[in-house]
Design a binder for this molecule. Structure first.
Ligand SMILES: Nc1ncnc2c1ncn2[C@@H]1O[C@H](COP(=O)(O)OP(=O)(O)OP(=O)(O)O)[C@@H](O)[C@H]1O
Ligand code: SF4
Ligand SMILES: [Mg+2]
Length: 364
């Protein structure tokens, strides 16, 4: 990947992304970079002050399968607490999996050490949800962006670092002269741009974007999403883009994976998931997406979900969605449905999967 150079600003068109398998809206996809198989993360639940004993486990991530190809954006969506951030931390090796595997360019990340692990940590970067807490308030913006070069010194020789930092700030739409300012002197959207510049400084292959726009105003959200799309075009980046709102994910994703209580319940191209959702949970999520076009508002299917998300420490038997599902039958309590194609053209983890158009098809 080449180093960011010419300032181009955040101007990508916000055209809807439609993607046949094997292609993104911005061109053909490359080889598989990430292959996630049966990924699990169970956090121990402990009791006692002096003598801690394990009394159970929070199954934050419980059997996630996913792939990410070069140049592709996969949207990962689900309610609060379903395990999205835990997946992102596992991907950037901030947490170790309890089970399953993450293959990067065909190599098992759990077996990497030394130089290979260092390389992986450089090539897979993360942008966090909260642009306030994710930047060290005592460091200047220049030092924040350049911080990774103290570990990966070969990327930027010391004498070039100021110039490179300013180029990066320029590339993400910030004034390069602000290099000596502190994070509190920037707005939320600008801070998120600083986080993007910090990730970009390490010339990554993949950026895991953990709800990067959730804390921002709607108008600023679009600008940051457009910037990410611009950068993807320029540097051939791949994104895992996490959000709890399906409408945010649609604008940027080639494929969408819907997560509920630790596992993926439906997966497909953005077209498939939006026009023919077949899992009841996806249908309910889609039904809660606000429609901005007044003439379409009356055409939406209203599905109100009953009850709260069950505790991941004690998930329901069989299908985890059954305690909130209006279609549940006896088999749903005893047999966990596999994530397979049941005739809809894309996989769905529901024994009774059937397509249901929830939102009008011309909605972007
Ligand atoms: N270090 C930890 N120890 C114990 N439990 C944890 C830990 N980290 C996360 N959890 C639990 O794992 C579950 C999934 O958390 P996670 O942060 O991955 O969810 P999320 O989908 O990112 O939620 P949100 O949308 O609110 O960010 C939650 O029940 C959470 O309380
Ligand atoms: S498997 Fe049963 S409970 Fe689960 S989503 Fe399908 S119908 Fe509902
Ligand atoms: Mg989270």
């Amino acid at each position: 990947m080449s180093e960011p150079s010419a300032p181009t600003g955040a101007t990508a068109a916000s055209a809807p992304v439609t993607s046949p398998a094997g292609a993104s809206a911005r061109g053909p996809l490359g080889e598989t970079l990430l292959e996630i198989r049966g990924l699990q993360k169970h956090f121990p639940l402990t009791q006692g002050i002096l003598f801690k004993r394990t009394v159970g486990h929070v199954r934050a991530v419980d059997g996630v399968n996913m792939t990410l190809r070069r140049g592709e954006t996969v949207g990962l969506v689900g309610e609060s607490g379903c395990g999205k951030s835990t997946v992102s931390k596992l991907l950037v090796a901030l947490e170790k999996p309890t089970g399953g595997s993450i293959l990067y360019k065909g190599k098992d990340v759990a077996k990497m050490s030394g130089r290979a692990l260092k390389q992986y940590r450089r090539e897979v970067q993360i942008i966090f949800q909260d642009p306030y807490s994710s930047l060290n308030p005592r460091m200047t913006v220049g030092d924040i962006v350049a911080e990774g070069w103290s570990v990966h010194a070969d990327i930027a020789p010391r004498k070039d670092r100021l110039k490179r930092t300013q180029e990066l700030l320029d590339r993400v739409g910030l004034n390069p002269d602000y290099v000596n300012r502190y994070p509190h002197q920037f707005s939320g959207g600008q801070r998120q741009r600083i986080g993007i510049a910090r990730a970009l400084a390490l010339q990554p292959e993949i950026i895991v974007c953990d709800e990067p726009v959730s804390a921002l105003d709607v108008s600023v959200q679009a600008q940051v999403v457009n910037l990410l799309e611009d950068l993807q075009d320029d540097f051939g980046l791949s994104y895992l883009f996490i959000a709890h709102d399906l409408s945010v994910v649609r604008h940027i994703s080639d494929r969408v994976a819907v997560m509920y209580l630790g596992s993926i319940v439906e997966e497909g191209t953005d077209e498939q998931v939006y026009t023919t959702p077949s899992h009841p949970y996806t249908q309910a999520l889609l039904s809660s997406v606000p429609l901005h076009e007044p003439h379409l508002r009356g055409q939406k299917d209203r599905i109100l979900l009953q009850g709260d998300v069950p505790s991941p420490a004690d998930p329901p038997s069989g299908c985890r969605f059954r305690t909130r599902c209006w279609k549940a039958q006896d088999i749903c309590a005893t047999e966990a449905p596999e994530l397979v194609d049941r005739g809809q053209g894309h996989p769905s983890a529901c024994h009774f999967a059937e397509a249901r158009a929830v939102v009008p098809v011309d909605v972007e």
